[in-house]
Ligand binder design. Structure first.
Ligand SMILES: NC(=O)c1ccc[n+]([C@@H]2O[C@H](COP(=O)([O-])OP(=O)(O)OC[C@H]3O[C@@H](n4cnc5c(N)ncnc54)[C@H](O)[C@@H]3O)[C@@H](O)[C@H]2O)c1
Ligand SMILES: [Zn+2]
Ligand SMILES: [Zn+2]
Length: 345
């Protein structure tokens, strides 16, 4: 089969590799029918995730059709159409037993395209297939479903649920990339008073309006003043950090009211300053997290019921054998305007 293989920093190729087969009895092999690329795949390509070894097939987001199952797989069978979650869950360890799949101790967690071969391929071996895939209803298309592998559960769980967004509240989302936009969309589910999107790029702010932000602010402006004006001088109830740099984390801690919450979603590569000398008196709560994907069944139901629009993330479409071009278009998103690129067959 063909797959997108990482060959060390800056080097990748769409090339022939051996077809995957079930290794453990809990594995399935899925024929990929849709895949998308994540900013994390670009980080791997830059060499920012050193545990990814050369030779690894990239990618952790896909939809496909089950081709083969191991002897212990009972919940899915060949021919079933499934969503592959970016997080695998053994279902048995102490974390998985409490829904914290991201921290799985039994060989799951974020493994696809990280420590085992990933989804950017014609076929994929899915570990712990019974608990790490979701059967897809007929009415849900591939391009929409693949947004549930990673971006929608990530934004919803690590941003909106950790931030405890409540009706009537003011929510600020800093960073309007795919994750920030998914946070805007899923924050709306709780009927907040205002959803404010902050970004440096005008096209991203425009997109944020389409996804449900009622106020957009250029990050170069005085964001604190805009939020203060909107909240009678108090500050936001919830600030969701969806960039991953020290400035935006620190901005979020300044944007919240006393008793407010900062939900950090961004992946940080550098230390940020925690201004406890200002925060100690303000009853602030700061949360961090890796997605667990425990909300995926709920989000899938909402997608099937038409309560969530996932198609609009897919700005660029390619055939599955156009991975080279798709990576290029996604990596140049500032020029191409790409949010999510979707590859299908
Ligand atoms: N916690 C998790 O489980 C998890 C999972 C997936 C992704 N992430 C992280 O979430 C973050 C967002 O992901 P994404 O795919 O949307 O990234 P992205 O790079 O596509 O989007 C980031 C956005 O932030 C904007 N931005 C950059 N600097 C800014 C600044 N100073 N102020 C305001 N906006 C600024 C950019 O213009 C861009 O629109 C990344 O750090 C990613 O690694 C976390
Ligand atoms: Zn991802
Ligand atoms: Zn586990």
């Amino acid at each position: 089969m063909k797959a997108m293989v990482f060959h060390g920093p800056g080097r990748r190729s769409w090339q022939d590799v051996p077809d995957p087969e079930p290794v453990d009895p809990t594995d399935a092999v899925v024929r990929v029918t849709a895949a998308t690329i994540c900013g994390t795949d670009l980080h791997i390509l830059k060499g920012d995730v050193p545990e990814v070894e050369p030779g690894r097939v990239l990618g952790h987001e896909a939809v496909g059709v089950v081709e083969q199952v191991g002897a212990a797989v009972t919940g899915i069978k060949p021919g079933d159409r499934v969503l592959v979650s970016c997080i695998s869950t053994c279902g048995r360890c102490s974390y998985c037993r409490t829904g914290v799949y991201g921290q799985c101790l039994g060989g799951g967690g974020w493994v696809l395209g990280h420590t085992v071969d990933g989804t950017h391929a014609e076929y994929l071996r899915v570990p712990f297939a019974d608990t790490s895939t979701h059967l897809l209803p007929d009415g849900v298309g591939d391009a929409a479903a693949v947004m549930l592998s990673d971006i929608l559960p990530t934004a919803y769980e690590v941003g909106v649920l950790n931030g405890q967004v409540r009706p009537g509240q003011t929510v600020v989302v800093v960073g309007a990339g795919p994750i920030g936009l998914a946070a805007v969309e899923t924050a709306r589910l709780f009927s907040p008073g205002h959803v404010v999107a902050v970004d440096l790029a005008a096209p991203r702010l425009e997109a944020a309006k389409q996804f449900g932000a009622d106020v957009t602010v250029d990050a170069a402006e005085d964001v604190e003043a805009v939020v203060a004006e909107l909240t009678g001088g108090l500050g936001a109830d919830v600030a969701i950090e969806a960039v991953g740099v020290p400035e935006t984390f620190e901005l979020c801690t300044r944007l919240i009211r006393p008793g407010g919450r900062v939900a950090n979603v961004g992946v940080h590569g550098k230390p940020a300053t925690l201004h406890l000398e200002q925060l100690w008196i303000r009853n602030a709560t700061i949360t961090t997290g890796l997605v667990d994907t425990i909300s995926t069944p709920t989000l899938l139901k909402m997608l099937a019921d038409g309560r969530l629009d996932a198609d609009r993330f897919a700005t660029h479409h390619f055939a599955l054998d156009e991975f080279d071009l798709a990576y290029d278009v996604f990596a140049r998103s500032a020029e191409t305007g790409a949010l999510k690129v979707v590859l299908t067959r």
